[in-house]
Design a protein around this ligand. Structure first.
Ligand code: G6P
Length: 618
């Protein structure tokens, strides 16, 4: 699969007495989970810059670095998920200027790269890649020649002209005893050693070498040698002092940050994960670009049958995806558990499309379903989080989710990223036919990260509700339309991590069975939106009259609803959001509810019993 990949790059730099390539390769391996379209390294060899890059994984880079090459003690290295340009060798970092005087690695996006490129081309600069990063290094080189400033002052000046996000490391062969680093929006950590210093996008890359670190803040630029450093802000000339912190805790604790569990961290990371899922894919004019499937556009829209297959949480996202596609494409879309689909007699053929959704990209049943589709010549499309995973490789085309590494076994940020990608894919397919509607939904999707930040502030309220339900044995989750798969997902989260039996149902189906379960001990979670609001209200009434305890997650406020609920979590100011968008919002309180109940019960939320993050057996 050939996704239109976004930026989740890893960067590392070393300056000291050791062979920098050993440290850089080790660090890059630790950063590899961020993605590995390509990798590269630059070191100083006899004061000139030597660069090696390759497409693929760090181990491919390692194999490519000849013995005898890259012996230098100062170097920078990069592992890339593509933003601008195809994931190929030419676009791999480091990028050097035409004179090979500067070498630069970059994590982020230079938004004004097009205008800078035009400016430089007019000055005669010839580019060898499509990347925004090469634009930056060529720009630095251009200013260096025209302004007669030091290396440090040149980089500082260049960054004043840059719009966008960056964490950069730069080397210059005129000053081969230093690295310059700067940050705007993308993280950068500096590790202090004895006669050696380290730079990295992620502390995990350098923690094995030093525990004394400080972080650069936005707008800061640092000049670093093996035994000294100087920090300034790009907008002024005063030196900035930073306190060096000693990292006492383990790598796992570092990765958890201020959160008690990975699951909680991942719940809180959702604004970023969703932003990353659409970053670079919603163009300035609101149209959707999905590089990994655009060559297959005709085949996708002309496919006679569409199947979506997945397992677990990904299956719930698939369900939402099927609703979106049916609404936008006006043709039936069938969702299949991969474990069922692989063995059933289904009329899938060479004109069919099989979409496989998977966080890990390794789920055995999903892989088998893909195999089956490929055997009959169907087009296969993967929506996958883990870059380079088996499903990503086995599918003909696809879209990466870019949710980042998910560690908690109970999937949270991967689910909402999957839904976000499915919305994007729906819009991508429909945008030529239904431009206005698609533009409106795309602009609403862009607002989702901010709205989720707001929803996360309801945490205390949800915690208080959770305390009332620690002792119960059963839960029922009910929702209609797009909120039915959300109900399924809410129930799955609770049962996975708290071991409380929970079921999700379409609200109106309650009368065909689950209603028999309702008594004074039965909590029922209703997910309420404007969709069939009055009908859901009647369902709530039915539960109320049988003594059930009612918890409502609602995007609508009404007096009647308020009177009926025992507990109401109100998500305000989202009434005008499209029904496609609402699952991204209503899911969040359900994740928090499950999380708090499980923690209060003393369960191991990150590693619940009997479950695995990646199920590679049948
Ligand atoms: C396991 C995990 C679930 C996940 C499911 C599908 O059961 O515990 O969280 O939803 O596998 O995994 P996938 O990686 O294919 O999305």
């Amino acid at each position: 699969m050939n996704g239109n990949k976004l930026d989740m790059c890893g960067i590392i730099g070393y300056i000291g007495n050791k062979k920098s390539k050993d440290i850089i390769v080790d660090g890059l391996k630790r950063l590899e989970y961020r993605g590995y379209d390509s990798a590269g390294i630059s070191t100083f060899e006899s004061n000139s810059i030597s660069t090696t890059k390759c497409k693929g994984k760090i181990v491919d880079l390692e194999n490519k670095i000849d013995e005898g090459k890259h012996l230098g003690k100062i170097g920078i290295g990069h592992t890339r998920w593509a933003t601008h340009g195809e994931p190929n060798l030419i676009n791999a970092h480091p990028h050097n200027d035409s004179l090979n005087k500067f070498s630069l690695i970059h994590n982020g996006i230079i938004e004004n790269h097009s205008s800078l490129r035009i400016f430089l081309e007019e000055k005669g600069v010839q580019f060898s890649s499509d990347t925004d990063t090469e634009v930056l290094v060529q720009f630095i080189s251009y200013l260096y020649q025209s302004e007669n400033l030091s290396f440090f002052e040149t980089v500082k000046l260049a960054l004043k002209e840059v719009i966008g996000t960056y964490g950069i490391l730069v080397m210059c062969s005129d000053e081969p005893d230093r690295i310059i680093a700067a940050r705007q929006g993308s993280p950068l950590t500096i590790g202090i050693g004895k006669n050696e210093n380290y730079l990295a996008s992620d502390i995990s890359a350098i923690i094995n070498f030093t525990r004394n670190i400080f972080f650069l803040d936005d707008g800061e630029i640092v000049e670093i040698t093996s035994n000294d450093y100087k920090i300034k802000h790009i907008d002024h000339d005063n030196e900035i002092n930073k306190e060096i912190k000693k990292i006492e805790y383990s790598l796992e604790q570092i990765e958890k940050g201020d959160f008690n569990h990975f699951m909680l961290k991942e719940i809180h990371y959702q604004p970023d994960a969703i932003y990353d899922s659409f970053r670079g894919r919603i163009l300035n004019d609101g149209r959707i670009k999905l590089g990994g499937i655009e060559d297959y556009y005709d085949k996708i829209i002309n496919s006679s049958n569409i199947y979506i297959t997945a397992c677990g949480t990904s299956w719930h996202a698939a369900q939402i995806g099927s609703y979106i596609f049916e609404e936008l494409m006006s043709k039936p879309v069938k969702v299949e558990y991969a474990s069922e689909f692989r063995y059933r007699n289904t009329p899938i053929d060479k004109n069919s499309l099989l979409i496989a959704i998977s966080q890990s990209g390794e789920t055995a049943d999903t892989l088998a379903a893909i195999e089956k589709a490929k055997n009959v010549g169907a087009l296969t499309l993967g929506i996958v989080n883990v870059v380079g995973s088996s499903i990503a490789r086995e599918t003909a085309c696809g879209i990466y989710m870019h949710a980042g590494h998910e560690i908690g076994v109970a999937s949270t940020k991967a689910f909402t990223s999957q839904v976000s990608v499915l919305i994007l894919m729906g819009l991508f397919i429909a945008q030529n036919k239904n431009k206005k509607k698609c533009l409106q939904i795309a602009s609403q999707l862009k607002k989702v990260p901010q709205i989720i930040k707001r929803i996360l502030t309801l945490d205390d309220e949800i915690y208080k509700i959770s305390k009332k339900f620690v002792q119960v044995n059963n839960f029922l989750y009910l929702g209609r339309g797009y909120q039915f798969p959300v109900a399924l997902e809410g129930a799955l989260k609770l049962k996975e991590i708290s071991y409380i039996h929970a079921e999700g149902y379409p609200a109106a189906e309650m009368k065909h069975g689950p209603i028999a379960l309702i008594d004074n001990n039965m909590p029922v979670v209703f997910i309420v939106t404007k969709n069939r609001f009055n009908k859901v209200l009647s369902n709530i009434q039915e539960v109320k009259s049988r003594g059930g305890k009612i918890i409502c997650i609602s995007t609508i406020l009404s007096k009647e609803l308020d009177n009926l609920c025992d507990h109401l979590v109100f998500i305000k100011d989202v009434e005008d959001m499209h029904t496609f968008i609402l699952p991204l919002l209503t899911t969040i309180p359900l994740q928090l509810l499950a999380y708090h109940i499980a923690v209060l019960k003393g369960c191991n939320v990150d590693q619940p019993r009997n479950l695995a993050k990646s199920v590679t057996v049948e």
